[in-house]
Structures are given as structure tokens and as C-alpha cells.
Design a protein around this ligand. Structure first.
Ligand code: AMP
Ligand code: GLY
Length: 457
């Protein structure tokens, strides 16, 4: 049972070296995986890092292996051949397909939940039901398997704003926040009848729209112990001032001053602990990163969604601040020994990650433009440029995805971190490159509010 949130004690065994010297396989190919490879390569417990399939950035920290992230048999075969001590799964798709179960079957420690535990992200209907059972605060919702019933339900509703969600994975595009009934009906039509997301649209969840500001809370759990990470905030909208279409995330920063220590206690007590407990009761023990996408409403934090992996781009600023040995942390999670680890150590300085995207993203985007200035950007102090969608063409690094780079910096305060990140962004250019200019401005607004409050409030 998840009976405690760990304020771990110091454990001699983990000081002065863990004795581990692991060969690690990271699965995935985005900015999150570059950050994972970078941090693992620095971990005293890790001797060798492989990344399947990786990108041009992961190749700087690890050995790329040409195996797709969803080729489960291929990944396990490679891990056995190479005597891998720990597999670390980045994206949701292989988790939902059962990649962790395949590693577990071969007795290879794996960081990432089992197939049935990954349903927390893979099925919004399952996640809603679990939250109902565990009394976790979330938007009022109803699930439908029948399009006519869903349409009738929308018809009966008063004018409450609604959100329509495809049940399954839809690459972040399965959610429609509806301005009116017509939009809700259109979303049902697209998801359930036109099957825009295939079988992910067999069922829908229709829920009330929540208002407030969003935050990302990530916690590591081995099913028994929960270790919350520092707070973070994503920027989902494409353009400045949160305008434009939703994206995979145009930038992130950590910590998120919006989440006060009191709120964090509430999030741990009302959301993280009950969720891990409920997963145990369902015989789906959760081992990996539990990512709660939250709306901070007037009634307190409510869950918008659960993910079962590190956020991308949240992982980049979070891992940039983590000072502890990431290899040890992930291995302890995989082997159920998190309670034995000392407390995590963090760089107290805030970090900011600015995503540079290709022309057209989040719609159809151009690939193949040569990226210049990476070496100059790398010289900006306190900056790390994480690659997301890049590839090599001869000696050139070219844009090969919608989100191309995550330029990440730490600074004495959030303003300084932002300045450093954008200094590095200025060095980098390719045809059509663009980014938001206001990443982390929301944090500064909250810092200002806190500073303006009279002492003792
Ligand atoms: P998801 O794809 O589940 O991460 O949801 C994408 C985004 O849709 C979230 O980050 C929110 O911005 C928005 N969203 C989801 N559910 C709601 C809701 N009930 N109320 C308002 N916005 C929502
Ligand atoms: N940054 C949002 C996500 O990883 O889903």
C-alpha cells in the first residue's frame, strides 16, 4: 500500500557511491529523451547509455540504436544482447502497448508502468472511473460508447461549457475545449463517427470545463513510496499570451510559483496518494512517473488528466535542476526500493525551457532545413540545448519534427533564466524557425504577487 509520502531519511548505503555501474537503455526520440540521456550520462551509477531510436541530440550523450520505440520484441532482444541493467521508457505509446511487461518478463528492471497501469493515460474513461473511486478532485464527467447517446446528452445540457475527449491516445489532439454546443456536437462527430483518431474514439468522455491556471505535478512512485518532484508549468498554446491552437508544449519552467507549499500538500494528500492507493486496490501497482495535469481552480487543484511518463517539455527544466543521481532514482523505482533513497537534491535556481518549432507547427510542418548556430548557443553560460525533432544530413543538423529544440537555462531567478534561454535562442537559426517570446512570464507574475503580499500572509 502507498502508505506514505516519503520524507526520506539519510541512508548511509547511498552515500559515497551506490556500487551500481549500470548499462541503461532509454526508449524514445524527443526532447524528454535527450534530457534523460544527458542526466543519466552524468549519473555516477551509470556507465553506458543507449537510446532507441534517439535523435541527433541523444547521440551526443549516448549511443543511438536504430530500433523503433514501439518495436517491443526488438527492444527486449537488444537489451538482452547488451546486458542492459535498466530500461527507461520515455513516451506513452510503448507503455500502453506493454513494453514494461515485456522487460519484466525477462527480469530486466524497467522504469515505466505496466500495460494495465498505463491505462491511467491510455484510457480517459478508466482514469475518470479511478478518480471517482478514489474521490480525487476532477471535472464532472460522463463517458459514452454510443454517439447518439453522447449527442443527446449534449443536447440536454444547459449552457455549461463542455470539453469532449477521445478515450484513447491521440497524440495530444483528442481534447476539444468547446465554446458552445455546436462545437461539442462537431467534436463527437469527428471522434466517434469519422473516427479521426481511429479506435481511440470508440468512447468519449464529456466533462465540464474548468477555469484557472494549469500546472504540471510529477511524482515518482514504485507503488509503495511516492517522491514528488519539483513543480513545473507547461505552455500548451502555440502563440504568446496563450493564443492559438494547442500544441505538445511550447515551453516550460520550474518551479511554478503558482503552486504554493500549502497547495502542494493538498495535491499530495488529495490527488497523488489516493491515486497510487487506488491503483494498488485495482491490482495495477504504479511504478514510474505519475504526471498530474492540474487546473488550479477557485475550489482548489483539480485533475485535468494523468500521464504515466515525464512531460515533454517539463522534463527538460526539471532534469536540469535535479542534482541527485537519476540512474539511482529510476533503478530504485524499477526495483521497488525508493524508500531507501536519500531525499532528492535540487538546484534551487529556477530553469526555463523555450521550444523552437518548425514553420507550420502544430499543423503540417516543413522538414529538412539546416540548423545553424548550435555551437554558439552551447557557449551561452548555464544553457543546455535539448534536441527534440532533429536529424543528421552529412555534417549538418536538420529540422526533422514540429518541435525541433528545447533551449533550457538556469538562472539566479526566473527572469535571469529566461534571459539566458532567449540569449541562446538568438544564436540559433533555420528557415522558418519560431518560438513563443513569453515563456515563464506567468511565473514572474506570481512571484510579484507573492512579493506584494504583506509579510505573514
Ligand atoms: P490533454 O490532452 O488531456 O492533456 O488535455 C489538453 C488540454 O486541454 C489541457 O492541458 C487543458 O488545457 C485542456 N483541458 C482538458 N480538460 C479540460 C477541462 N475539463 N477544462 C478546461 N480545459 C481542459
Ligand atoms: N507537456 C505535456 C505532455 O507532456 O503531455
Amino acid at each position: 500500500m502507498a502508505d506514505r509520502v516519503r520524507q526520506p531519511r539519510r541512508n548511509e548505503r547511498f552515500f559515497g557511491g551506490s556500487g551500481l555501474s549500470m548499462r541503461v537503455l532509454v526508449v524514445g526520440q524527443g526532447g524528454r529523451e535527450h534530457a534523460l540521456c544527458w542526466k543519466l550520462a552524468q549519473s555516477p551509477s551509470v556507465t553506458r547509455v543507449f537510446c532507441a531510436p534517439g535523435n541527433t541530440g541523444t547521440a551526443l550523450e549516448a549511443t543511438n540504436v536504430d530500433i523503433s520505440a514501439t518495436d517491443i520484441a526488438g527492444l527486449v532482444r537488444f537489451a538482452k544482447q547488451e546486458r542492459i541493467d535498466l530500461a527507461v521508457i520515455g513516451p506513452e505509446a510503448p507503455l500502453v502497448l506493454g513494453v514494461s511487461d515485456a522487460f519484466t518478463l525477462e527480469k530486466i528492471p524497467v522504469f515505466g508502468p505496466s500495460r494495465i497501469a498505463s491505462e491511467l493515460e491510455g484510457s480517459k474513461v478508466f482514469a475518470k472511473e479511478l478518480m471517482r473511486l478514489a474521490a480525487v478532485p476532477t471535472a464532472e464527467a460522463k463517458s459514452f460508447t454510443d454517439a447518439d447517446a453522447a449527442i443527446a446528452y449534449v443536447g440536454e445540457r444547459e449552457s455549461t461549457p463542455l470539453v469532449v475527449k477521445a478515450d484513447g491516445l491521440a497524440q495530444g489532439k483528442g481534447v476539444t475545449v468547446c465554446a458552445d454546443k455546436a462545437q461539442a456536437l462537431e467534436a463527437i462527430e469527428r471522434i466517434m463517427r469519422a473516427r479521426e483518431f481511429g479506435d481511440a474514439g470508440k468512447r468519449v468522455v464529456i466533462e465540464e470545463r474548468l477555469d484557472g491556471e494549469e500546472a504540471s505535478i510529477l511524482a515518482i512512485s514504485d507503488g509503495t513510496t511516492i517522491v514528488p518532484l519539483e513543480t513545473a508549468q507547461d505552455h500548451k498554446a502555440a502563440f504568446d499570451d496563450d493564443l492559438g491552437p494547442n500544441t505538445g508544449g511550447m515551453g516550460a519552467y520550474s518551479p511554478a510559483p503558482l503552486v504554493t507549499p500549502t497547495m502542494m500538500d493538498q495535491i499530495i494528500g488529495q490527488i497523488l496518494v489516493p491515486t497510487v492507493h487506488a491503483m494498488n486496490r485495482q491490482k495495477r501497482p504504479f511504478k514510474g512517473v505519475l504526471y498530474a495535469g492540474l487546473m488550479m481552480t477557485h475550489q482548489g487543484p483539480k485533475v485535468l488528466e494523468f500521464n504515466v511518463r515525464f512531460g515533454d517539455p517539463e522534463a527538460q527544466p526539471l532534469l536540469m535542476r535535479l542534482k541527485s543521481d537519476l540512474g539511482l532514482l529510476l533503478h530504485a523505482t524499477a526495483t521497488g526500493t525508493l524508500a531507501e533513497l536519500p531525499p532528492l537534491e535540487w538546484d534551487p535556481r529556477p530553469s526555463v525551457c523555450v521550444v523552437m518549432a518548425a514553420a507550420g507547427y502544430p499543423g503540417d510542418y516543413q522538414k529538412g532545413a539546416t540548423i545553424r548556430g548550435l555551437d554558439e548557443a552551447a557557449k551561452v553560460p548555464d544553457v543546455k540545448v535539448f534536441h527534440a525533432g532533429t536529424a543528421k544530413r552529412g555534417n549538418d543538423v536538420v529540422a526533422n519534427g514540429g518541435r525541433v529544440l528545447g533551449v533550457t537555462a538556469v538562472g539566479a531567478n526566473i527572469g535571469a533564466a529566461k534571459l539566458q534561454a532567449y540569449q541562446a535562442v538568438k544564436q540559433i537559426r533555420w528557415d522558418g524557425a519560431w518560438c513563443r517570446k513569453d515563456i515563464s512570464d506567468k511565473a514572474r507574475k506570481h512571484e510579484q504577487i507573492a512579493a506584494d503580499e504583506p509579510a505573514g500572509q
